[in-house]
Design a protein around this ligand. Sequence first.
Ligand SMILES: N[C@@H](CCC(=O)N[C@@H](CS)C(=O)NCC(=O)O)C(=O)O
Length: 312
Amino acid sequence: REGGGGSWSASPPPDSRRVCMIPWILLAIIMAPKAAQKRGDALWDPSWPEGSGERTIRERCEDASAPITLYCSWFCPFAQRAWIALEEKQVPYRYEEVNPYEVNPDLPGGYTKKALSLAEKTRLMPEFMAASPRGLVPAVSNRDGSSPVWESLHVVRYIDEAFDGPALLPSDPVQRAYVAIWSDHCTDRIQKNYYRMLMDQDPATQEAAKHDFYLECQRLAKAMDPSGPFFLGKDVCMVDIALAPFWQRIHWVGGHYRGLTLPDDADFQRLDLWWNAMQERPAFQRTLVSKPRLISSYSQYARNEGTSDYAR
Ligand SMILES: N[C@@H](CCC(=O)N[C@@H](CS)C(=O)NCC(=O)O)C(=O)O
């Protein structure tokens, strides 16, 4: 209202300005969950600062003319892989938020990691289930629901092959296989041990998982192009996309629940160089959701109370 011809003077004294702000603050508090609901999430806690990921979701969830639909969950590292690939290739997509889990409004954010049955998912989210028959995010399909593809690394590869833009896999068959092998390494070895450390409640098992996690990180670092910054050198490829969502959680979530720190040897320095470069990528930044929100979504895994496909 300042200078806008309203009934207030242009510069109200500080106290009256504070009083006049109260209705706006109350309105913001009341509206915050509604704004989040529009983004497909009814469980937004007004204390969470919005991240750039939430802004991207808001921008993308309305785009009905986009050729491709991304079925995604804001908290899911696998889904984030597909999301980053679409952003790296600058493919126009519509973002469809999916919560594949039970909702418990008593938990922060309401997110459990308790699986819904496939029948229940089909009843609640038939379009998603048509795109992802195993009921897991991510999946993509054409706007009309045709040509569904699911499983995160297969989705990344499909996006790379189906759309123009910078290549995420090399064209040479041996190099392609190398990228596929090390992308699987990120899933099967690095993040498996990380989740074991996060979910297991026995301190000895946590320590053993941490040891294996470090070892598998060091193996990956030795396979990386020595000068980097990315796995293959100066260009981002599928391995970088496969690892980045987990590295984000290793820092944000592992630090919070398990006090995880990373060693400072040559291998981890190489990974640090990679992480610094990865965090500069606009495509990655556009998928970073609110940090406290992400941390809260892992509380059930940290207590080993999840019954999701992954927890099993
Ligand atoms: N192997 C799958 C894993 C995907 C996955 O586990 N997604 C989780 C969310 S992070 C999910 O959809 N869980 C639903 C459930 O367990 O029922 C991939 O790489 O896409």
